[in-house]
Design a protein around this ligand. Structure first.
Ligand code: NAP
Length: 244
């Protein structure tokens, strides 16, 4: 990493976000790790980071709620005076037939996986525009591009996020703010805990690299995007070649 950045990672108590937040903190960046329900896990990460002589702040906020999402960004700017990188990672998934989806299922999905990114990004963008610099990374999904059966609401939210990425890259580019999506394939986290070993083996056979991914692969892409200076408006697939 070229220089220390002030970074907010949403949904970073577990899985992909936890890996991103911990590694960026250990590299010397000033990281705010957001959690919602998993406070204990967030505290464990903080302890581990502090033990290794680095710094990290944890901040509880349900980012599906506008006031809490905005407070997260304002806490960051209040503490460090700026926000260099926003990583919109928090997300939920649900596998259900389209015809069985309730209004509540649809609303929760769109609110948590898409509208939350409107809240955090709008607040962060206001600061980044003044700074004339910023980097926004949205963690979308392979399903936002290809669509997934029985995950229509998830696919719609992630496709919406990719649309937001492209439009915002155009609007914020003149302020030297880069906006990109990372679209993971299948990554080993609790989000996929419902998949059996057989399911995983079957999926693996469809992946050219013949293996599922780990959060570290997404973190590697995040680090590359933070250091880069000329990539914007892109949906970067990190999926072992599952979708080419
Ligand atoms: P995960 O292990 O289930 O972790 C989800 C994280 O999101 C948790 O830290 C959770 O926090 C947080 N979160 C959920 N709702 C929240 C809310 N309302 N406010 C704040 N935080 C919230 O999932 P993951 O696999 O790491 O997924 C991370 C991102 O990658 C998601 O956007 C997901 O859609 C995307 N993705 C994952 C895969 C995959 O195969 N794993 C593939 C494609 C895309 P708490 O536990 O504290 O509530």
């Amino acid at each position: 990493m070229k220089e220390e950045k002030v970074v907010v990672v949403t949904g970073a108590s577990r899985g992909i976000g936890a890996n991103i937040a911990e590694e960026l903190a250990l590299l010397g960046n000033k990281v705010i790790l957001n959690y919602n329900k998993s406070k204990e896990q967030a505290e464990h990460i903080k302890e581990r980071v502090l033990e290794q002589g680095a710094e990290i702040e944890i901040f509880g906020a349900d980012i599906s709620k506008g006031d809490e999402a905005r407070k997260l960004i304002d806490f960051c700017v209040g503490k460090y005076g700026r926000i260099d990188v926003l990583i919109n990672n928090a997300g939920i998934s649900q596998i259900k037939l389209f015809t069985d989806l309730t209004d509540e299922d649809w609303g929760n999905m769109i609110q948590t996986n898409l509208t939350s990114c409107f809240y955090t990004t709008q607040e962060a963008a206001r600061y980044m525009i003044n700074q004339k610099e910023g980097c926004i990374i949205n963690i979308s999904s392979i399903w936002g591009t290809t669509g997934a059966s029985c995950e229509v609401h998830y696919s719609a939210a992630k496709a919406g996020l990719d649309g937001m990425t492209k439009a915002l890259a155009k609007e914020l580019g003149p302020s030297n703010i880069r906006v990109n999506s990372i679209a993971p394939g299948i990554i080993k986290t609790e989000m996929n805990s419902e998949l059996s070993e057989d399911d995983i083996n079957n999926i693996t056979q469809e992946i050219p690299l013949q293996r599922i991914g780990y959060p570290q692969s997404i973190t590697n892409c995040v680090k590359w995007l933070i250091n880069d200076d000329y990539t914007t408006g892109q949906v970067i697939s990190v999926n072992g070649g599952w979708m080419i």
